[in-house]
Design a protein around this ligand. Structure first.
Ligand code: HEM
Length: 426
C-alpha cells in the first residue's frame, strides 16, 4: 500500500525545493510552536487568509501535510472515504519518517478499527457501536456520580485542588475502565491512565512507544479475563458479538475505545469548567441552572473543542481540494477546530452555541461512533454538575490569564486548572 509519490524525498532535499503541488511548497506553516499552542484560533484565521481553506503545513521534523481548515472541505473529506481514506500505509512520506517520530502513536498503522476501511471498517465499527449501545446511560451516570464523589472526597477538605489531574482526567478514565469491565479502583488503573496520557500526548522525557506497549499488555489481560468470565460490559459484548472478532482485534479496538473516551472527554470537562469559572455569562447561572452547564458544554465543542486537529486521512489518488492539487498518498489533517469557526458558516463572527452542527465528533464513516458522543455527554455533564453541587463556591485559584494550554496541537486542554473553595468534610 506504500505509495511513494513525487513528494516522497522532499524533506531530505530542502535546498532543491519541493515540486509544485507538494504541501511543503510555498511557505508551509510549521504546525507547532508557542503561538499556535496558546492562541490557535488566531493562527487558523491568519492561515485561512494566507493559504485558503486547505493549507500546506509541516508536522514535527518538517514532514509535509495539508491542514483542512474549511467546514465544507472537512465535511467533504470525511464524507468521501473512497477518496480520502484512513489507512496510513498509503502515506508517501514513510521513507523519511523515523520509527521514534513523536506522532507515531497517531499515524503508525495498527490493525484497529481506526485504520480499517470499507466493509472491514463497518464490521469493526458495528461491533463497537453495539457494545456501546449496551451501556445504560442512567447506570453510567450513577457510576460517574460515585466516581466523582470519591474524587471530590479526596480534595474537598483541603479547600484547594488542581482539577485537571485530580478530577477532569481521572474521572473519564475510571468511567471508561468501568464500562469495559475493569475493576474500578484497581491497582493498575492509575498506571493505565498515565500510560494512555503519555502515549497520546507525550511530554518532555516521556517515552510514548513504551507507554503504548504497557497499555496493550494491560488490555490483553482484560480480554483474557473476560473470555473466561464474561459480564455485562463493553468488552464481553464485543467478545460475544456474532461478527466473531478475534482477541487481537478486540484488544486493538478496546484500546481505541478507551483512548478515544479518555482524552477528549477529560479535555471537554476541563475546557467547560474553565469556561464556567472564567465567563460571567455562566458564572451568574451555574448554581441555579442545569441548562447553563449544557450550554457551556456545547459552546466548548464549537470554540474550544478537545480534538482540535485530527490526523488524518490519506489521499487514495491524485485529486483537488480547496483549489489545491493533492497527490496520491498525501496526508490531510482534519482541522476540526478551524472548521467549527469557519467564517463561511459564521459570517457575522457569532458562533451559534445552541446549535450542534459542529464537527467536533468529525463526520462520515469514521466519525465518533453514534452512542459515544451521548455517553461522553453523560460523563462530562455528571462530572461538572457533581463538582458544582458539592463545591458550589468553586473559583479559580489563579487569574484566568495565568491558565496555560497543554503543548499539543492535537488535543486542546489546560496544563492545570487550580481552583479553591470552602473546605468541606463529609
Ligand atoms: C465515551 C466517550 C467516547 C468514546 C467511547 C469514543 C469512541 C470513539 C471511537 C471508537 C472512534 C473511532 C471511530 C472509527 O474510526 O470508526 C472515535 C473517533 C473520534 N471521536 Fe470519539 N469517543 C468518545 C468521546 C469523544 C469526544 C468527547 C470527542 C470530542 C469532543 C470525540 C471525538 C472523536 C473524533 C474527532 C474522532 C475521529 C473521527 C474521524 O476519524 O474522523 N470522541 N471515537
Amino acid at each position: 500500500m506504500t505509495d511513494a509519490g513525487p513528494t516522497g524525498s522532499d524533506v531530505r532535499r530542502p535546498a532543491g525545493g519541493p515540486p509544485p503541488g507538494c504541501p511543503a511548497h510555498g511557505g508551509a506553516v510549521p504546525l507547532s510552536g508557542l503561538a499556535y499552542q496558546q492562541t490557535p484560533s488566531e493562527l487558523y484565521r491568519s492561515m485561512r487568509r494566507e493559504h485558503g481553506v486547505v493549507a500546506p503545513i509541516l508536522l514535527d521534523g518538517g514532514v509535509p501535510a495539508w491542514l483542512v481548515l474549511g467546514y465544507a472541505e472537512v465535511t467533504y473529506v470525511t464524507a468521501h472515504d473512497e477518496l480520502f481514506a484512513r489507512d496510513s500505509r498509503r502515506w508517501n512520506q514513510w521513507a523519511d519518517i523515523p520509527p521514534d517520530w513523536p506522532l507515531m502513536p497517531f499515524v503508525g498503522y495498527q490493525p484497529s478499527v481506526l485504520f480499517t476501511e470499507g466493509a472491514e471498517h463497518q464490521r469493526r465499527a458495528g461491533v463497537i457501536t453495539q457494545a456501546l449501545e449496551g451501556v445504560d446511560q442512567f447506570e453510567l451516570a450513577q457510576w460517574c456520580r460515585s466516581i466523582a464523589d470519591q474524587l471530590i472526597d479526596g480534595f474537598a477538605g483541603s479547600g484547594r485542588a488542581e482539577l485537571m489531574s485530580s478530577y477532569a482526567h481521572a474521572l473519564p478514565m475510571r468511567a471508561a475502565v468501568q464500562m469495559c469491565g475493569m475493576p474500578a479502583g484497581g491497582e493498575d488503573t492509575e498506571d493505565l491512565v498515565t500510560d494512555l496520557r503519555i502515549s497520546l500526548d507525550a511530554g518532555e522525557g516521556d517515552d510514548p512507544v513504551a507507554a503504548y506497549i504497557r497499555v496493550q499488555e494491560r488490555i490483553q489481560r482484560l480480554v483474557r479475563e473476560k473470555r473466561s468470565a464474561p459480564g455485562p460490559d463493553v468488552t464481553s459484548r464485543m467478545l460475544t458479538h456474532p461478527a466473531g472478532l478475534t482477541d487481537d482485534e478486540i484488544v486493538q479496538d478496546l484500546i481505541s475505545v478507551i483512548a478515544a473516551a479518555q482524552q477528549p472527554t477529560a479535555n471537554w470537562i476541563c475546557n467547560t469548567l474553565r469556561l464556567l469559572l472564567t465567563d460571567d455569562r455562566f458564572a451568574l447561572n451555574v448554581s441555579g441552572g442545569r441548562l447553563s452547564v449544557g450550554q457551556a458544554l456545547n459552546e466548548v465543542l464549537w470554540l474550544d473543542t478537545p480534538t482540535q486537529n485530527f490526523i488524518g486521512r490519506w489521499a487514495v489518488r491524485d485529486t483537488q481540494l480547496g483549489g489545491r492539487q493533492i497527490r496520491a498518498g498525501d496526508c490531510l489533517v482534519l482541522g476540526l477546530a478551524a472548521a467549527n469557526t469557519d467564517p463561511q458558516i459564521w459570517p457575522e463572527g457569532h458562533i451559534g452555541a445552541e446549535n450542534s452542527a459542529h464537527l467536533s465528533f468529525s463526520n462520515g464513516e469514521h466519525r465518533c461512533p453514534y452512542p459515544a458522543p451521548l455517553l461522553a455527554d453523560v460523563v462530562a455533564r455528571t462530572a461538572i454538575e457533581t463538582l458544582l453541587e458539592r463545591l458550589p463556591d468553586t473559583v479559580l485559584a489563579v487569574e484566568p490569564e495565568e491558565l496555560t494550554w497543554r503543548p499539543s496541537i492535537w488535543m486542546r486542554g489546560l496544563t492545570a486548572l487550580p481552583a479553591r473553595f470552602t473546605p468541606v468534610v463529609r
